[in-house]
Design a protein around this ligand. Structure first.
Ligand code: ADP
Length: 805
């Protein structure tokens, strides 16, 4: 027995266990066996799997493994509930979301303890972070439900959404998924991860008590196959997934061409960048939160510590000292810093990767104390002398393992930070605001924290760039993932679409005998050979093939070059070379160039109209209308170029979260067949206005408007490579773009088969796609221009900047 004086002397922690009594009684009430929650009721338990407490290795419950029939039943329940839920007044849905927030708060300790026992994370985290954020998400989205009609006018719920979540933040991921989906009027089938199903079941009870109508929220448990059954279900309209990039890729392929909307939040290997003027003591605490929070099982964990050379040694020494003081132990002990790893297989994976790091020559360091031997525990681990190309520097470990690398200059830090296929988050540590705000936009990541880390809030979007996925969760940007344009709410204003697309069939089967239109003097016409337009120059196609373009009445109107794989690659290269400086050009500057294109097009308006009429046979009046609308559309995006503002989100810290709209990068654009000029301009102009470089495949049937158009570009000061034009077989060319690792997004407007092929091929580097086979009224300003296009051309980066001493 130690005296009070001795305790003060040593300052040792005593145990501070949280009681598990309430949780045991809740589990007992269910006899520790659970069915699914479908259509507002519990199903009979089926084939069961064990749920283990990773801190004790004891089975604490058994949960039903969802079959295909269970998924069918849940989807049917969600479908049946949809009309009424979607049809509720926004205020009514706001009340339900508010009730969920209250319900979570009322049962907050039960949820916190249950989460801790199910996942192994410390009670301090579940109590102070996970559960309060869950409530915050429902409150925030009660607000979006209330404001839906005014803030998302012209949009509506997508329908039945399937949501699949991982085990690292079980209830928080549920909230991130369910809150926006419900606010927008969707109904849900959600599958928790197989390691951590319990808080979702407890939440189902809370939702039931809150009076959420039957079928609006359905919870089906199970493994990967159950998830796959949701993904593949024909009656699901959207899939939202958080998990590994590997499974994300499977899901991208499985949904390709299905018309299902998709958002993916995938893995990461996020950089934590420390410059030499940083406050190193704050940095040390930041690192603790970045990589030892939740045992490092965080998709946005700052797992790569990049330190400026001059302070590296000092920082590593401070870190080691701090690691000696970290406490690993029972998650229900309120005085531990780190709890248990979720499951034995995850523990094995961490061990394996650490072993690999050692054998690849890096220096491994762990504190001198030992972890508990019972249960899944792993100590905080620090690697130094790490090569940027080594496995531990590249692969997501998903454990408490930090790898350290050094850099000399800020430029080098950016290169090192971006040296990963991922792009989820980044932390920047420096006392210089100048440096921080210079670096933040250069890092390829959806979230950047300045002098802070792992900050989350319902008002600020979270999500990745590149292979970390696409779509955002939280904030206004997150709401867009759960709404779609309300089609059919009005008749197209320009009921003049027919006929144009129909003419497409003529060109492919044209006979060589068809004659060119004779020139006026009876002399043979001067040959005019359209080329490709790559890197600001007219380029002959790699292969010497051309495509004969014939009007609907059989007159040859010209020939267009037949681009191939190599031409596309050259175009992507040119686009890449241009993308960086174009992204940095000011909005004003980009707007000026778009105005200039409009001006030069208008001086040749008549010529373009004649060409369009010749090719498509649409008639002089409609051809003129197409050119007129094209000019107006260029004005629209010239106008937007300096007005597509981001936002400053109102987050509950002393500081700001700046949501910046950043260009996606290089966008491959396959234009619709109809409206050969307007279709191209409607897609290329918003991409240009927001700072992207494009590789454009014009209308396959009527490409000559595009080949004429490059001469307009040549006279309009468009920097070389900002827009590249490759004519030819649209579906073959877009496949090359969709597979190309140097292309960040692909847009495809065409047939459903092409949509499917584009989405499938895009899985190679998880690029964003905007692919649709739905008809669109390009002449109409509501349908053919505006924010929908600007959103597709940008991605939101949230930069968190705390302030104050
Ligand atoms: P993690 O590495 O975080 O465990 P996973 O991607 O393996 O991530 O799992 C995340 C979620 O995806 C879990 O709910 C899991 O059951 C589910 N899942 C696994 N495989 C598939 C699949 N093929 N289709 C749909 N869901 C899947």
């Amino acid at each position: 027995m130690s005296t009070v004086a001795e305790i003060f002397q040593t300052m040792e922690y005593g145990p501070a266990p949280e009681s598990d009594k309430e949780v045991l009684s809740w589990l007992g009430k269910h006899e520790r066996v659970f069915g699914h929650y479908i259509g507002g009721a519990w199903t009979e338990p089926g084939q069961l799997f064990d749920v283990m407490n990773p801190a004790t290795s004891k089975v604490i419950a058994r949960v039903t493994n969802g079959t295909k029939a269970d998924v069918d039943a849940a989807v049917a329940a969600a479908r049946a509930a949809l009309p009424e839920w979607k049809g509720l007044a926004p205020h009514a849905r706001a009340r339900f979301l508010y009730a969920l927030a209250r319900g979570v708060q009322k049962h907050s300790r039960l949820l916190a303890v249950l989460e801790s026992m199910d996942n192994g994370k410390s009670i301090r985290e579940t109590r102070d972070i996970d559960i309060p954020l869950v409530a915050r998400h429902f409150y925030h989205h009660a607000g979006w439900a209330q404001l839906l009609d005014s803030e998302f006018a012209g949009y509506e719920a997508i329908g039945v959404v399937g949501q699949i979540i991982p085990w690292n933040f079980p209830l928080l991921m549920l909230a991130w998924k369910i809150a926006p989906a419900l606010a927008a009027g969707n109904t849900i089938i959600l599958k928790p991860a197989e390691f951590t199903p319990l808080t979702a079941l407890c939440f189902a009870e809370i939702a039931h008590e809150a009076g959420i109508p039957a079928g609006v929220i359905n919870i089906v448990n199970g493994h990967g196959e159950t998830g796959a059954a949701i993904v593949e279900h024909a009656d699901v309209d959207k899939i939202a997934f958080t998990g590994s990039t590997e499974v994300g890729r499977i899901i991208r392929k499985a949904t390709a061409g299905s018309g299902k909307k998709l958002s993916l939040e995938l893995g990461g290997k996020s950089p934590f960048i420390v410059y030499e003027d940083a406050d190193l003591d704050s940095v040390v605490e930041g690192v603790v939160d970045a990589i030892w929070f939740n045992q490092g099982q965080v998709c946005c964990a700052g797992s790569r510590l990049l330190v400026q050379e001059g302070v590296a040694e000092r920082l590593v020494a401070k870190l080691r000292a701090r690691m000696e003081k970290l406490r690993v132990g029972s998650p229900l002990d309120k005085a531990v810093d780190m709890g248990a790893i979720v499951a034995p297989v995850q523990l094995e994976r961490i061990r394996g990767l650490v072993q690999q790091g050692v054998s690849e020559g890096a220096t491994m360091w762990q504190p001198s104390w030992a972890c508990p031997t019972e249960g899944c525990f792993y100590p905080p681990t620090l690697f130094t002398d790490v090569q940027p190309s080594s496995t531990i520097a590249q692969v997501e470990i998903f454990g408490p393992v930090l790898v350290t690398m050094t850099f000399r200059t800020p430029e080098e830090s950016v290169a090192l930070a971006n040296n990963t296929p991922y792009g989820l988050a980044a932390s920047i540590w420096t006392e210089s605001i100048n440096l921080a705000l210079d670096i933040a936009p250069k890092i390829k990541a959806g979230v950047v924290w300045v002098n802070s880390t792992n900050l989350f809030d319902a008002a600020a979007g979270f999500g990745g760039y590149r292979e970390s996925g696409f779509g955002r969760e939280g904030g206004r940007e997150g709401m867009w993932e759960y709404v779609k344009r309300a089609h059919g709410r009005r008749a197209p204003k320009s009921a003049e679409r027919a006929g144009v697309a129909g003419a497409a069939v003529h060109q492919a089967s044209a006979t060589p005998a068809a004659a060119s239109a004779p020139s006026s003097a009876g002399l043979p016409p001067i040959d005019r050979t359209p080329k490709l337009f790559i890197g600001g120059k007219q380029a002959r196609p790699d292969q010497g093939y051309t495509r004969r373009i014939v009007s609907p009445s059989g007159v040859v109107v010209g020939e267009s070059p037949e681009g191939n794989r190599k031409d596309i690659r050259n175009a992507v290269e040119a686009a890449h070379a241009a993308a960086k400086s174009w992204a940095r050009a000011t909005g004003h500057n980009r707007g000026q160039i778009l105005y200039y294109i409009a001006e030069n097009l208008s001086t040749r308006a008549r010529e373009f109209a004649t060409r369009i009429d010749e090719m498509t046979g649409c008639g002089a009046r409609r051809a003129k209308q197409e050119v007129d609308v094209s000019i107006s559309r260029l004005f629209t995006y010239a106008a937007w170029a300096d007005k597509y503002d981001g936002a400053v989100h109102s987050v509950p810290i002393r500081g700001v979260a700046i949501a910046m709209n950043e260009p996606v990068g290089v966008i491959g654009v396959a234009c619709p067949d109809e409206h050969p000029l307007l279709g191209l301009i409607s897609l290329a102009a918003p991409a240009m206005a927001t700072g992207n470089a494009t590789v454009v495949i014009p209308s396959q049937s009527f490409p000559l408007a595009a080949t004429d158009f490059y001469s307009v570009l040549e006279t309009s000061d468009v920097p070389a490579g900002v827009i590249n034009i490759v004519t030819g077989d649209k579906d073959a060319l877009v496949k090359v773009l969709a597979e190309h690792d140097g292309v960040e997004a692909v847009w495809y407007f065409g047939a459903r088969d092409g949509v499917r092929a584009t989405e499938l091929a895009s899985a190679s580097n998880m690029k964003r796609t905007w692919a649709t086979w739905h008809e669109r009224d390009w002449l109409d300003a509501d349908d053919g221009e505006g924010r929908e296009f600007l959103r597709a051309a940008t991605q939101v980066k949230n930069i968190w900047v705390p302030y104050g001493e």
